[in-house]
Each structure stands twice: as structure tokens, then as C-alpha cells.
Design a binder for this molecule. Structure first.
Ligand SMILES: Nc1ncnc2c1ncn2[C@@H]1O[C@H](COP(=O)(O)OP(=O)(O)OP(=O)(O)O)[C@@H](O)[C@H]1O
Length: 382
């Protein structure tokens, strides 16, 4: 969808900002560009919508050489979100969002109706926020308007330059979560610049790690964390990359333990050889848990239902190990239940700290093997 072929940018003062860059972003893919300040990320991005012209090389959008497309027409195909959103201060939120479609000739009423839908999509109720002015919004709300405005003309490509850089960590976390949800439905092709490796790992399908004007590694978050291609990348992703891996490693069914299970209408189990059992309802969906101690002391004739407690610490399979760890801490739980959301919450098993640790080691080992295989293949090719 976006292809860089041997692209370089030398500014007039002799600074080489980007040096012989070649890479490709597939349709519907979110690629994060990450690296320290001044390494050429913004220059790379601005060459895509021709705010900056390359000194050498070519960039293709959907097969078209962008140097041959009129910049105004080109920018209609590309949404652009920057850190200081640059909303028009004298226009309402709704009119800010409707600006581009209106400029493109969509009737005002229609553009505003579409803008209202988009505000809703980015989590701003148009009835509450539509008629406000930018100065009446928080930083995070302004960024959401920025995203809605970039989406207004429904461009297939989004360029996002540190869009969540200016808000506090809690708001940034919310914006990231919502943007991921949005991206799952919209499937835009996204280039996303950040200097924050955590953000790059969380959002990117693939990450381009920049050194000075060059890409040092272009790969999935798991591979960048698990098998950094160069000492520079290893240093950049940091010594705590084991921790970061938690956020890119999903819980798999094979990671789960199978504890004793009872059903709501069963008689109370008197002889559990564990300290607790998971309680399921008639459809085998998770209800909660029951402690063996309670079960033993209960009166005759009582059923599991009378003593079951609801289980708050649960996650769908496929959630990250980091979410699992956070859920354990939040609920002070020694284990969490894992369910299958696609089949209305069928219980699959439990994740314990020991299993979590094993899953993390499995994921690291798998990447090490991938790297070893790549080395072998390269040997054969040579
Ligand atoms: N107009 C310009 N003229 C000369 N040099 C420039 C110009 N714009 C950027 N540079 C230089 O090019 C290099 C890359 O800049 P760029 O803005 O692409 O980096 P970046 O990785 O986006 O940095 P940051 O994270 O700080 O925004 C830097 O050394 C910068 O000083």
C-alpha cells in the first residue's frame, strides 16, 4: 500500500535526515516508526503526503508514484493527525470535524451528520461536545477530535505523528485502547510515529526501529523484543524487554491449567482434593468459584449455588499476559479464569502465576528458534 524505494532526504543545510530507506506497509497494516529524537521519523512521514519532497528514491501509494500525483489530490487519500491537533479555534467541534468533507463539496448538513457519527466513533457524544469550541475541551478530547477529523474524508491511509504525545499517561492509555478498537473495525493503513517503545509495541502490527536516518529492524513487536537485530535495537528496546513481551504474548489455551470444576446445581462437594473449584452454570459458562473449606463446613442439602462466589478475575483467551498479570494484581488473585468470548463465555481453564511464567518462556524460546531458522536459511541461500 505504501512503498519506500531507496528514499533519502538531505536538507539544504546538509543534514541527512533519511538515508536510503526501503520498506513497505501492507494495506490495513499499522506500522509504528519508533526511535530517538531527530532520527528521521517525522521526515519519513511527511514525505508520504508530500509536505517534504525526497532528495532521492521513490514512494508509491497503492502502486502510484506519489511524485506524479497532485499534492492536494494526494492528501485527500491520506488522513493526518499531529500532536498539537491544530483545530480551528473559532469553529465548533462538529464543524472542525466536517471541514474536509465540506471542502470536498459534500453539503454542509450531510458533512455535519457524518461528523457526528465520527465523533461518536472516537468516544465523544456529539450532543454533548458537538457545539463546543476547542478551548472547552481537555487535551485528550482534542486529540480525539483530531482523529475524527482525519477520518472524516474516509481516507484509506492515516499518518499519525505522535498523536497521543501531549496527554498524560492515563489518558494516553485510554486513547491507545480506543484507537486499537477503532482500527479493528476501520482497517486503515497507518503509519504511526512515536518515540515511546511501549506505545510502538502496543499499537504496531510491525515496528520500524530507527537509528540515525535508517531502519535498524522492521519486524513484529514480538520479534523486535524477543530477538533484537542489532545491539542498538537491544539497547533501545531496553533491559526490561521481558516485561514488555508480556504485552505482546497472548494467553493460549495450551497455557491453561484444568482445576476441579463443579456446577451451580450440584450438591456441595465434600471431598475436593484442592483448596477451591471453579463453578460453572448449566451452559458451562463461568459463574465463579467455591472454597473447599466452605464446602466442607456447609449444612446438609445445600448446593454449590448457596456458597459460590462470583469470579471477577477473568479474561478472554487471546488477551495478553500483561493483562493477565494486571488482573491478578488488581483482584489480588492467585489465578484467573480464562473464557472463550466467541462462544458466549465458555470456561476454558485457569492461568496461574507459574503457567504465566511458562508462557513467557515459551514465547521467548519460539522467537529464538525463528531467528536460528532464519540464519540457517540465509546460509543455504549464500
Ligand atoms: N527543515 C529542516 N532543515 C534541516 N534539517 C532538518 C529539517 N527538518 C528536520 N531536520 C533534521 O533532520 C533530522 C530528522 O528530523 P525529524 O524531524 O525527521 O526527526 P524525528 O525522528 O521525527 O525527531 P522527533 O522525534 O524529535 O520529532 C534531525 O536531525 C533534524 O534536525
Amino acid at each position: 500500500m505504501i512503498r519506500f524505494e531507496h528514499v533519502s532526504k538531505r536538507y539544504a543545510d546538509g543534514t541527512t535526515a533519511v538515508d536510503d530507506l526501503s520498506f513497505e506497509v501492507n494495506a490495513g497494516e499499522l506500522v509504528t516508526l519508533v526511535g530517538p529524537s531527530g532520527c528521521g521519523k517525522t521526515t519519513t512521514m511527511k514525505m508520504v503526503n508530500r509536505l517534504i519532497e525526497p532528495s532521492a528514491g521513490r514512494i508509491f501509494l497503492d502502486g502510484d508514484d506519489i511524485s506524479e500525483i497532485d499534492p492536494v489530490k494526494l492528501r485527500r487519500r491520506i488522513g493526518y493527525v499531529i500532536q498539537q491537533v491544530g483545530l480551528f479555534p473559532h469553529k465548533t467541534v462538529l464543524d472542525n470535524t466536517a471541514t474536509v468533507p465540506h471542502l470536498l463539496g459534500v453539503r454542509r448538513a450531510e458533512a455535519r451528520a457524518r461528523a457526528a457519527e465520527l465523533l461518536d466513533l472516537v468516544g465523544l457524544d456529539p450532543k454533548v461536545f458537538g457545539e463546543r469550541y476547542p478551548e472547552q475541551l481537555s487535551g485528550g478530547q482534542r486529540q480525539r477530535v483530531g482523529v475524527a477529523r482525519a477520518l472524516a474524508a474516509d481516507p484509506p491511509v492515516l499518518l499519525m505523528d505522535e498523536p497521543f504525545g501531549a496527554v498524560d499517561p492515563v489518558v494516553r492509555d485510554h486513547l491507545q485502547t480506543e484507537f486499537l478498537r477503532l482500527q479493528r473495525t476501520l482497517g486503515k493503513t497507518v503509519l504511526f510515529v512515536t518515540h515511546d517503545i511501549e506505545e510502538a509495541v502496543r499499537l504496531g502490527d510491525r515496528i520500524a526501529v530507527y537509528g540515525q536516518g535508517r531502519i535498524e529492524q522492521f519486524d513484529t513487536p514480538a520479534a523486535v523484543l524477543g530477538a533484537p537485530a542489532t545491539p542498538y535495537v537491544a539497547d533501545f528496546v531496553g533491559a526490561d524487554r521481558g516485561l514488555k513481551r508480556l504485552s505482546v504474548t497472548p494467553i493460549e489455551e495450551s497455557d491453561l491449567e484444568q482445576p476441579p470444576v463443579v456446577h451451580l446445581d450440584d450438591p456441595l462437594p465434600r471431598d475436593l482434593d484442592a483448596r477451591w473449584a471453579v463453578v460453572l452454570d448449566g451452559e458451562d459458562n463461568l459463574h465463579g468459584w467455591i472454597s473447599a473449606g466452605h464446602a466442607r463446613e456447609a449444612a446438609k442439602g445445600e448446593t454449590v449455588r448457596d456458597h459460590a462466589r462470583r469470579m471477577e478475575a477473568w479474561l478472554p483467551v487471546g488477551a495478553s499476559l500483561k493483562q493477565a498479570f494486571a488482573t491478578m494484581l488488581q483482584h489480588d488473585a492467585g489465578w484467573i479464569a480464562v473464557i472463550d468470548e466467541r462462544s458466549e463465555g465458555r470456561f476454558l481453564g485457569v492461568l496461574t502465576p507459574a503457567r504465566l511464567h511458562e508462557a513467557l518462556r515459551r514465547s521467548t524460546a519460539a522467537d529464538a528458534q525463528d531467528v536460528a531458522r532464519t540464519d540457517v536459511d540465509l546460509e543455504i541461500i549464500r
